[in-house]
Design a protein around this ligand. Sequence first.
Ligand SMILES: [Zn+2]
Length: 423
Amino acid sequence: MLDAIGRAIDSRRDELVALTRDLVRMPTINPPGEGYRECCELIARRLQPRGFEATFVRAEGAPGDSDRNPRWNVVARREGRGAGACVHFNGHIDVVETGAGWSVDPFAAEVVDGKVFGRGACDMKGGIAAAIIAIEAFIDLFPEHDGAIEVSGTADEESGGYGGVAHLAEKGILAKPRVDHVIIPEPLNKDRICLGHRGAWWAEIETKGRIAHGSMPFLGDSAIRHMGAVLSAFEAELYPALAGRRTDMPVVPDGARHSTMNVNSVHGGLAEGHSGFPAACVADSCRIVIDRRFLIEEDLAAVKDEVRGLLDRLAAARPQFRYELRDLWDVLPTMTERNAPVVRSVASAVETVLGRAPDYVVSPGTYDQKHIDRIGRIQDCIAYGPGILDLAHQPDEYVVIDDMVDSAKIMCLATHHLLFGSM
Ligand SMILES: [Zn+2]
């Protein structure tokens, strides 16, 4: 079996490279969300001759959706001979902006030293191409399979996934009972299985003051000084508490096994965007945005209460301290069980192809699994794919062709395990 799959994938190596290059040459930059429809059509055109029926779904009304930048998604489905499970490969087709520092054209998809270079090569068009080649080989080898195979190319993962996977999950397309097993070929390295991610809570905190002449600040009340007290309390109380919590989730890198919080931004006093000399004023408002990442052992309500409690203690202790706390966004942590079918199938395939057991990891940040789990109610979901995670979003991003070939063999073998129940 491994020999047959190995040969089938090896013989498609040039096709795999060509498909990766075709995908990378499409500059699907998000924001604003360029060229989604063309990229969806490329995936559909590729799969339709292999018996897939392709459906195009626009997430109308999703954040960022407009006639100029419509949020298109494609779902291609191939029915097997009889009833059975549905194995779904989901890849986001959007890429982040190129940024500075490239030594190659980010959308030329140059092949150098066994690597395909370009924005999105690693995150995650190489993974999409590897998944497509894997299932094409699978269908040619095992045309009599039961169940169904799906491939989706989805929008907006880099901006939260609301115009992509979240929309498909809400429509019942990427959801139970239609879909049973999901593999997201994100660049987690070919020998690692990503089980899920930490939770996230974003909030805005505003401290209030009173405007006065800057030469007589004692006649006003500085919101910036109040915010200074908040930041001091974070340093004295909150950060040590967060650093003291460590999760059993196998989060990588190791620093992210603790609870963390980033202060995204500080805005206070005179509004930005003016030119010329500033006026002398005491700040009547200061705002920060916090990005709190929490662990599966923590409860979202307790995470929020911890920050609110700290602010309430300041309000009790500090004259004239007034604040507002506004929720912006939250996502619960998710982690697929290690004995879930998709985990066991991919783990076994990694061992067979690479000759060693996989590492199990959890992502410090969230990705589309959050929607598949919470909205689609599919718990049998992992991220597994080729590509070196650290290269994602960097200049001179690339994917190693040998890694794509290995992971395609692993995805093909895992699909066999999921649909036939044996390796
Ligand atoms: Zn990605």
